[in-house]
Design a protein around this ligand. Structure first.
Ligand SMILES: Cc1ncc(COP(=O)(O)O)c(C=O)c1O
Length: 362
């Protein structure tokens, strides 16, 4: 195993102790409140991490794409929710194969416009598919917009030969932008609204919200009403969770980009060997792509493909060749750019894991 001073950079480091703690803590939160955990694997895309989540007690996995679901099968997962608008009849054989490999495959119904394409797809797959209906809670992406539409869609589903409605779900991604003080009020209002929609259709329907910002609050406030949560980013953490929203302590972040300072072309600026092909183009609302994790004031403020631009009060003390561990703004898009990660015990490299679902966007 190379050490952290000999590992080729840029590299993605996963601290196995912090990863295990994040998995254990979220599972404990769910267990305490009698709620299932169905983590979204889009954050880690790795069989090794899925195995740990399942071993800790996760009831199943959430995926965005069929390719991700297929890639996770070696983890031993038996329940998968594909939380995306599936429409392509060419995917029917893959859906049938997944249904046959799992105890519980669920697909998303994401609007009225999506109903007919989904029925055609289920008919082509030749399997009666369990459906979770998306409800928009403010993100403005997929999801039924209001209660009357949810009720009429449920009525159209009733008795359908190809689809059976099992529950409602939402993704509260817009909560990344609100203050911590406001979060509790907003989550309470969201749970009340969703509960009302559910009761207007069928009180026995499951309800599965999903977002790392709201996960703990939803588990706490939704006990008895929420059946499962589907957070993704909590497993590693990033600046969005530790800084923008502050729902995760910085010390709990388990994933870093290891990068090398390669130039100091002018005072106040250093360049590293990791750019948008490592960090992606996602940044925090403060326009930062990443921040050094050791307390020094050093941020990645701009990226080109293979360069990161470092600025901050401590940049002038950097040496060429120095290695930095950087917390990225958004971990999910970072992992998707890596074919493998280096596992550490906090100090040394101890293992390497392939990112099996990297780039599987189909
Ligand atoms: C449908 C859906 N569910 C769950 C999640 C998980 O959200 P987070 O990464 O904030 O935990 C996402 C994230 O994009 C999502 O799109």
């Amino acid at each position: 195993m190379p050490t952290l001073s000999t590992l080729p950079t840029p590299a993605i480091l996963i601290d196995r102790v912090k990863l295990a703690a994040n998995i254990r803590d979220m599972q404990a939160t769910c267990d305490t409140h009698g709620i299932e955990l169905r983590p979204h694997m889009k954050t880690h895309k790795m069989v090794a991490v899925a195995r740990q989540q399942l071993a800790a007690g996760a009831r199943g996995l959430t995926c965005a794409k069929l390719g991700e679901a297929e890639a996770m099968l070696p983890s031993g997962v038996r329940a998968i929710f594909v939380a995306h608008s599936l429409v392509d009849p060419g995917q029917a054989p893959r859906i049938a194969a997944l249904a046959d490999r799992l105890d519980d495959l669920r697909v998303a119904l994401t609007s009225e416009a999506h109903l007919e394409p989904l029925i055609r797809l289920a008919a082509a797959a030749g399997r009666k598919l369990s459906v979770m209906m998306a409800i928009d809670t403010g993100l403005g992406r997929e999801g039924v917009r209001d209660q009357p539409t949810a009720m009429s869609l449920a009525a159209r589903l009733a008795g359908n030969r190809h689809l059976v409605l099992r529950g409602l779900y939402c993704h509260e991604g817009h909560f990344y932008g609100i203050s911590r003080e406001e979060l509790k009020t907003q989550v309470t209002a969201m749970l009340d609204r969703l509960d009302q929609i559910r009761r207007s259709i069928d009180p026995a329907l499951a309800f599965w919200p999903g977002c790392s910002v709201t996960a703990r609050l939803v588990a706490e406030l939704g006990a008895g009403r929420v059946q499962a949560i589907r957070p993704g980013a909590y497993v590693f953490g990033d600046l969005s969770l530790s800084q923008t929203t502050g729902v995760m302590p910085a010390a709990a972040v388990a994933a870093h980009v290891l990068a090398t300072v390669v130039d100091r072309p002018e005072p106040g600026l250093a360049l590293i060997d990791a750019g948008s092909k490592t960090f992606s183009s996602d940044r925090t609302p403060a326009n930062i792509f990443g921040q050094v994790n050791d307390g020094r004031d050093i941020s990645v403020v701009r990226v080109n493909e293979e360069h990161g631009y470092l600025r901050g009060a401590d940049v002038d003390a950097l040496r060429i060749g120095e290695r930095l561990q950087i917390v990225p703004a958004h971990i999910c898009t970072v992992i998707n750019l890596a074919s493998q990660v280096t596992v550490t015990d906090g100090h040394d490299a101890v293992d390497a894991w392939p990112v099996e679902a990297r780039g599987l966007t189909q």
